[in-house]
Design a protein around this ligand. Structure first.
Ligand code: BGC
Length: 389
């Protein structure tokens, strides 16, 4: 069958829905990758929220609703932890990374006993964003109390350094994390379930993100930067668990996760000069063919091309009216599927750091396959392009 034919596109849509549905836990959680050694048994808010958006767009409303109910449960039961964190911060106490909410949870919603790169704030924002999208699209229930917990957490801690989307550089404040928080808080406000105090705090934080990124998050070349250039990283990396790697990254570098700040998060919406420059910089620096690297200094599994980032670049081309270009990304994604129709996390044919592949194969085994986030992003782009069926 020819890659790019409508039938091929539709087949991978069905296969993606099937894989995501099959692996969704009865709890509602989406495991990041059911087979991969380091991810097995865990669900991330970030991965899950994008997967839920894909399922919601694909008409799989019950699946997305179950995921959001799971999120509401895991976040809702941590209300007292959030209130205590806020009280301690208000009293001027130092908060350790380990005190903050988890990045990933076991499928039944526990913190899990395995070491991971906590803490990360973006997932809480991406959850709120995906929840609002799903509620608007399908009239799905909105768990007001859990939304309020996430909003209080983000509104109080949005400007702390934390690990980025790739579990790296804990001493920095990452622009794509801030973009996710901005989108999440705006979504929560749009849901109309917040009381006055929470709504006010969310508005203040949204304005804070806007100002901080405008002031310190735009490189001289006019595109968003990987992290803020404000000269005040505050977390001590020495107290953090071992990082994925220690590559030095120039501050002005782009990271492909910045694409989300344009579309779908709209921190700088398509058409804004910063948005245009950001998409162009990612395209120029990180796209090889239709696949996309995370960032130039990436060494994880040798720094291959990520399927989900091809989807994010495709979405941005679509949002800017470049439909043909977006379709090429969709077809490239589909062409990376295994014979069983499973999409990996990344492909290793074009590597930024080929000599670093072996150590990861030895440590964690073959690249995560299937990665449900890759399938979720395929569904989102397929829907955006109107090729769902
Ligand atoms: C990536 C994260 C992702 C996680 C689970 C990690 O390798 O850095 O972005 O959330 O895998 O898919």
């Amino acid at each position: 069958m020819t890659v790019g034919s409508e039938l091929t596109r539709a087949l991978l849509v069905s296969r993606s829905i099937e894989l995501i549905s099959t692996h969704q836990s009865p709890s509602g959680a989406y495991p990041a990758s059911p087979t991969f050694s380091a991810y097995r048994g865990y669900a991330w808010l970030r991965d899950g929220a994008f997967i839920a958006e894909g399922m919601s767009r694909a008409g799989q409303a019950d699946s997305a609703t179950a995921f959001h109910a799971w999120c509401a449960e895991v976040i809702g039961v941590r209300a007292a932890q959030v209130d205590a964190l806020i009280a301690r911060a208000d009293a001027g106490q130092e908060l350790a990374l380990a005190d903050m909410l988890p990045t990933r949870f076991t499928l039944d919603g526990a913190d899990g006993a395995d070491q991971w790169w906590d803490h990360q704030l973006d997932g809480y924002g991406i959850w709120l964003w995906a929840l609002e999208r799903h509620a608007v699209r399908h009239g799905a229930p909105v768990p007001g109390p859990a939304v309020a917990v996430a909003v209080r957490y983000l509104s109080r801690f949005w400007d702390r350094p934390c690990y980025d989307w790739w579990e790296e550089h804990v001493d920095r404040r990452h622009v794509s994390t801030l973009g996710a928080i901005h989108a999440g808080l705006r979504a929560a406000l749009a849901l109309g379930v917040l009381d006055r105090a929470d709504a006010h705090a969310a508005q203040v934080a949204v304005a804070g993100v806007t100002a901080l990124v405008a002031g310190y998050g735009v490189a001289p070349a006019g595109h968003l930067r990987k992290w803020l250039d404000d000269g005040r990283p505050t977390a001590d990396p020495a107290t953090a668990p071992a990082v994925f790697h220690t590559a030095e990254v120039p501050g002005d570098a782009v990271d492909a996760s910045l694409l989300a700040c344009v579309y779908p998060f709209g921190l700088y919406p398509p058409g804004h000069p910063v948005a245009t420059a950001t998409v162009a910089a990612v395209q120029d620096q990180l796209a090889r063919g239709y696949g996309v690297h995370r960032y130039l200094a990436d060494t994880f599994y040798g720094g291959g091309r990520w399927i989900l980032l091809a989807g994010l670049l495709g979405l941005n081309h679509a949002a800017a009216g470049r439909r043909e270009e977006a379709l090429r990304h969709l077809d490239w994604m589909a062409a990376q599927a295994t014979p069983a129709g499973e999409l990996p996390e990344q492909v290793s044919d074009v590597l930024l750091a080929p000599d670093r592949l072996g150590e990861w194969l030895e440590r964690w085994g073959p690249v995560a396959t299937p990665l449900l986030w890759s399938h979720g992003m395929y569904l989102i782009l397929a829907d955006e392009l109107g090729v769902m069926s």
